[in-house]
Design a protein around this ligand. Structure first.
Ligand SMILES: [Zn+2]
Length: 371
């Protein structure tokens, strides 16, 4: 099928783009009263960063540098929260799914250098510093015990919301012997402050959430809830010197957050207004309006019409070198400057055109980046 288009980009206003048409930076800055602001991003580093991840990372540095320009006295940085507890391999034993996480299998190390390379590149481009935090450090925070304890107390109400499929509280701990974890918490029991987990090979093991919160792993909706409340508690903690907000992809906006973050937070009596701000980046869509999926490209040969540099960092770097990140950063800078461009999604052909413009002009190779 050939899709005809007039080759023009329209940006009609509506919803967020109407309200935040000309400014998002000042609106967000008003939410912070401490001298240090941290912009959090996350990824499960199980392969080369996909195109959408590059956009989220680039937008974080764009926002941070635009904020810095408005308030020079504030220190603004980016925090990469690494979801090293994400599944790396899944096996089924007696009808129950067990997983080993990215750290356990060592898969974490396969492409981690690429993430660091991207962060370093954006740091050098913007002068904005970054930090990296793994799940163990995240879960070591003093806020985790009270949050998880409250979630466990309310598990009858929360489980059907956060896991409509199995209605289980998807908190898991990897077996200390072999690293297997009951993926869907089928045999996991919660008794007061203890989690009793079961390994098919090594039997039961007990984890105390107060003393060993660093061992906890969550499925995505639960991690989103724990993180949201932990950020909120951190922001209101007078002993902490920074406040934090989040940038993530638009596939988590709307219904997802309303049903899986805000309402569950309210169920456990956490004040919704104390939750951190979350800014959503536009999605990269295929011709039908679906999010472009890297795994479909790799596993099923999807998007045969598209150039590979729009799929992941590895392919982009092969085609454009690391400077290809400039093209993306130029786009995300414009989104922050003109937020009516931010509250919408883009087809992958839009990005293709931007890369082709670069091919024609090649200006970035010869011109220092100007802010
Ligand atoms: Zn085991």
């Amino acid at each position: 099928m050939i899709i005809e288009c007039d080759d023009k980009v329209y940006n009609p206003l509506g919803g967020g783009s109407y309200v935040f048409e000309k400014d998002i930076v000042n609106f967000l800055l008003k939410k912070f009263d401490k001298d240090n602001i941290v912009i959090s991003i996350g990824a499960q580093p199980n392969s080369s960063p996909h195109f959408g991840t590059l956009i989220v990372f680039s937008t974080a540095f764009s926002l941070a540098s635009k904020m810095k320009h408005k308030v020079q006295k504030k220190n603004i940085s980016v925090l990469f929260e690494v979801v090293d507890t994400a599944p790396s391999e899944t096996i089924e034993i007696n009808g129950i799914k067990y997983q080993r996480n990215l750290r356990n299998t060592g898969q974490l190390n396969n492409n981690f250098d690429e993430y660091v390379e991207i962060l370093n590149y954006f740091k050098q481009l913007t002068g904005i510093n970054y930090n990296i935090r793994f799940q163990k450090e995240f879960n070591n925070q003093k806020y985790i015990y009270p949050i998880v304890s409250e979630i466990i107390k309310n598990k009858e109400k929360l489980s059907p919301i956060l896991d409509p499929k199995y209605e289980k509280l998807r908190i898991r701990v990897a077996c200390p012997e072999c690293g297997l974890a009951d993926k869907n918490s089928i045999n996991t029991k919660f008794v007061e402050d203890n989690i009793i987990s079961y390994c098919p090979e090594h039997g039961e093991y007990i984890t105390n959430i107060k003393k060993e919160s660093c061992k906890l792993e969550y499925n995505t909706p639960l991690r989103n809830l724990v993180r949201g409340i932990a950020y909120g508690m951190h922001n209101n903690d007078a002993t902490q010197d920074y406040q934090i907000m989040r940038i993530t992809g638009s596939d988590y906006a709307g219904f997802y957050q309303e049903e899986l973050l805000y309402k569950p937070a309210s169920i456990i009596n956490y004040p919704i207004n104390d939750l951190p701000s979350i800014l959503y980046t536009p999605l990269v869509l295929d011709w039908s309006g679906a999010k472009v999926s890297k795994s479909l490209y790799v596993k099923e040969g999807a998007y045969s019409d598209l150039p590979s540099y729009l799929i992941n960092y590895e392919y982009m770097k092969n085609n454009y070198g690391i400077d290809g990140l400039n093209i993306i950063h130029n786009i995300t800078n414009e989104w922050i400057d003109k937020p009516y461009l931010l509250f919408r999604n883009y087809s992958i052909y839009y990005f293709k055109k931007e890369f082709e413009k670069y091919d024609k002009s090649n200006i970035y190779k010869h011109k220092a980046w100007v802010y």
